[in-house]
Ligand binder design. Sequence first.
Ligand code: F6P
Length: 534
Amino acid sequence: MTTIFSALIQHRQAQGDLHILDLFAADPDRATTFSTSADGLVLDWSKTAIDAGARDLLLDLAAPVAARREAMFTGQRINETEDRAVLHTALRNLQGSVTVDGQDVMPAIRATHARMSDFARAVRDGSFTGQGGRITDVVNIGIGGSDLGPAMATRALSPWHDGPRVHFVSNVDGADIADALAGLDPATTLVIVASKTFTTIETMTNAETARAWMAQAVSDPAAQFAALSSATDRTGAWGIDPARVFGFEDWVGGRYSMWGPIGLSLMIAIGPEAFDDFLSGAAAMDQHFQTAPLADNLPVILALVGLWHNQVCGYGSRAVLPYDNRLARLPAYLQQLEMESNGKRVAMDGSDLPFASGPVIWGEPGTNGQHAFYQLIHQGTQVIPCEFMLAARGHEPELAHQHLLLAANCLAQSEALMRGRSLDEARDLMRAKGLTGAELERQSRHRVFPGNRPSTTLLYRELTPRTLGQIVALYEHRVFVEGVILGINSFDQWGVELGKELALKVAPLLEDQPAPGHDPSTERLAALVRQLGA
Ligand code: F6P
């Protein structure tokens, strides 16, 4: 692997000051040959500096993917540091058959899916009620993977949202739950406690707060709670009736979990049928990922483009820019998916990684971002590969003229990033405004765009439950492919543990209790918090 990476780095160096536009000039078919499609999704990766030689080397990198992919889909324990299989794909393959340690896991998945669907229908049609009548509001309490997926997808699929209102509470900051509960009627609210482990301090603290809030208004608060967890012993101890506990196995990672019980709030919002369409989109992407040749495989190509930009070109961040306002939470969702999965510094065997690991993922929907941070993307000193996303049509036919403007902006941005504006072009502009001499030169230099900045565009027909399932599964597999090539375990997250442990040890400092072993800065800050907050 390191040999191929070295060859790629040499190849990149040999490109010198090659401009992406030169690649189009040399290959009239580039727009189609550097574009990959699957089931209505089109990924245009022609606006990158990947040429035919780089593409071939990148495809060599992907050689180990097939075996590892087979291991994942067949339930082998590829999460080696936690000794677990990785089978979120089974949650959306409801007709399929998968065994773990010789046992078919599908009957339990199907049974839980059927129970979830029944419960969601009952909440939606009013046959499950609160103590004050029909459920009007659902509050999902969870964090990380137990929040970002359903929160992102519920927002993305708002046109399908015909169930009760759904609210998401994640932060241990009491402001989050206080704002969410303000104005809700406890007697008609269902609280869903979503936590794989059922120990996460933020979630359990918020769940206690919600229970106390509920107890002020109804005689049996637990009757309006449901739980989504792998730790069904803990949900019972917490007092939630097993009839409203939806369990899943430890081989569903938190950030990969919205396809099963963690998706309950989404299912209640959009209904079990639309939720199943969401699953079917993801299952179609699974099928594509397993069967398409590497060179035509969407997740593989997206991963290789990512590796080219981060590990080969050395660009340290990646902007995710959906020109689709309903995907506003997708960048945050992908931040966890990619950074928690591949933000590692050792390889599977514990040795130091010989390459950089995952880039910083960030972004906002277009066109909003254009009026905020695109300045740096166009004219700043660092190169930020951009991943644009665009639906060919919007959901509101009466606003087609707005969609046209949105699409024009999206395409214009990727074109502007690639094309740029030369000093001569800037001078012409300034001359036309009547500037001359030193002022012409000075003003012109501010209006130069270096161009040659790479981007990809993912185009889809329309944002539907099925399309969203395809897109999320595409990104999941992209992260997997990147992890396989880098030799990373993409399915553990040891890097979040130290901060959690220390938070428990810092808490006594804030209460002026003895808490030895802290550094002077932390001690002073804690003292100031006590003093200023008194
Ligand atoms: O702290 C990180 C993490 O473990 C994530 O991986 C996970 O999605 C999140 O916390 C929530 O965990 P849980 O679902 O167990 O409450």
